[in-house]
Ligand binder design. Structure first.
Ligand code: ARG
Length: 457
């Protein structure tokens, strides 16, 4: 079925028709296409194109169609060119010639942009809800690990002691920014292009602000050429989704590493692990690996959209039909990843003893030894040197800093006293870092409180 036969003498080749048709992808927009058509019918009524009676017939028939699709009574046939063709021709089948009036003052170009934006506005809300659920999980995990000591790393080398709670709150911050980014992108998604026509608006006096309020958009577009040809909003959204995946992939990478027998910091629940068909002992963190792997897919969609739009002259070009597949795939991927990731970390078990032991290795308290001497009046650059020499001595003697005797320590600085042992315990290293944004119990409790306030609003 197509809407444009008049000027053609011959039929479209089947392969060509199938190639350009998009119904297999844009069928997802049926709800938005129907709601958009109802709003358009009401606007046509306002400017005298449809009578009151015609408008209510159209509205009733479109609502019934929506219900029938949702109840599975009507299948969206793949023989239609796209969802807009399907809705219009089904409407005409149902109410006869009146259906043929619905496309007055409208083009599929402004129609598809409108449908797509409406759909994406809804999906942003769904993704934000999943992100918020993940944030709740992270807050719980942080709160139950305020005193779980773990080594922090830089360059993947042991650096300074932290708490696991602090670790989780780092990811909380990343996903908080992701939520803000999506909410911000939504402001520009929820702008209504309807009324832009094919490219030059329409001769009918459509009250675009009225249509806008019916559909729940924030505003209308203010240039008809831009209205039909802007796809910035998809690039912005999928960039935001790419950043979410980037964050998830970092977290996954870390958890994969932490589940190795070498680290043994965490163990995934059986419900979120898989085995090997040949090696009976295996328990693999497949969920985390797959999420890490799927990151590439979302980046791919982002690149698809950027490249698709590059150099496209105004206004609508069929190239732009490729936008939906990329965006839908990115949305589906991110939603599936967020869902599984949340379940995976909720059920994960921690080997706190192992984390603690590991935090005591690797001279993670060397900075604190330097800071101790600073408090005794020695400039930091010197205390750094002294602490470095003690570390070198410890490595040779195969002893931790806390295992060196006071005499050994005094050999490096007379200023070191008995109190040094308390000052360089990993507990002290953490509790003394009590400034805003630090890893101490109180500092992390303040960030979980800030996190809760964020989720409330
Ligand atoms: N299926 C098209 C798309 O997704 C709808 C707009 C088609 N417009 C046209 N003049 N062929 O972009």
């Amino acid at each position: 079925m197509k809407l444009w036969g008049g000027r053609f003498e011959n039929q479209t080749e089947k392969a060509a028709f199938d190639f350009q048709s998009s119904i297999h992808v844009d069928r997802r927009l049926y709800r938005e296409d129907i709601l958009g058509s109802i709003a358009h019918a009401k606007t046509l009524n306002r400017c005298g194109v449809l009578t009151e009676d015609e408008t209510s017939k159209v509205e009733k028939a479109l609502n019934e169609l929506l219900q029938d699709i949702e109840d599975g009574k009507v299948q969206i046939g793949m023989d239609h060119e796209d969802i807009h063709t399907f809705v219009e021709s089904t409407l005409t089948e149902r109410i006869g010639d009146l259906g043929k009036k619905i496309h007055t003052g409208r083009s599929r170009n402004d129609q598809v942009a409108t449908d797509f934006r409406l759909y994406l506005g809804r999906e942003v809300d769904n993704i934000v809800a999943l992100l918020k659920k993940l944030e709740e999980t992270l807050l719980k995990l942080a709160e139950s690990n305020l005193d779980t000591i773990i080594s922090g790393y830089t360059h993947m080398q042991k650096a300074q002691p932290l708490t696991l709670g602090h670790y989780f709150m780092a990811y909380f911050e990343m996903f908080r920014r992701d939520i803000e980014r999506l909410m911000d992108a939504k402001k520009r998604i929820m702008i209504m292009p309807l009324g832009s026509g094919a490219l030059a608006g329409t001769t009918f006096d459509l009250d675009r602000e009225y249509t806008c309020s019916l559909l729940g958009f924030n505003d209308i577009t203010y240039n008809s050429l831009d209205g039909v040809s802007d796809r910035d909003f998809t690039i912005e959204l999928v960039s935001g989704l790419s950043i979410i995946m980037m964050h998830l992939s970092r977290f996954c990478e870390e958890l994969i590493l932490w589940s190795t027998s070498e680290f043994s910091y965490v163990e995934m629940d059986d419900g979120y692990s898989t085995g090997s068909s040949i090696m009976p002992q295996k328990k693999n963190p497949d969920m985390a690996e797959l999420i890490r792997g799927k990151t590439g897919r979302v980046y791919g969609s982002n690149m698809t959209l950027l490249t698709m739009m590059k150099s496209l002259p105004l206004a609508y070009n069929k190239d732009m039909q490729e936008d939906k597949e990329a965006v839908f795939d990115a949305i589906d991927t991110v939603k599936a990843c967020l869902e599984v990731f949340d379940g995976m970390i909720r059920t994960m078990r921690f080997n706190r003893d192992r984390m603690y032991e590991a935090s005591e290795d690797g001279y993670t308290n060397a900075t604190d030894l330097a800071d101790y001497l600073v408090r005794k009046g020695v400039p930091f650059r010197e205390t750094h040197e002294i602490s470095g020499q003690i570390v070198q001595y410890g490595i040779k003697e195969k002893k931790k800093l806390s295992e060196l005797t006071l005499d050994e320590l005094k050999g490096f600085s007379e200023l070191i006293d008995e109190d040094i042992y308390g000052e360089i315990s990993v507990e002290t290293c953490v509790s003394k870092r009590n400034l805003i944004g630090g890893p101490s119990r109180e500092a992390v409790m303040k960030s979980t409180q800030r996190g809760k306030d964020f989720l409330k609003k």
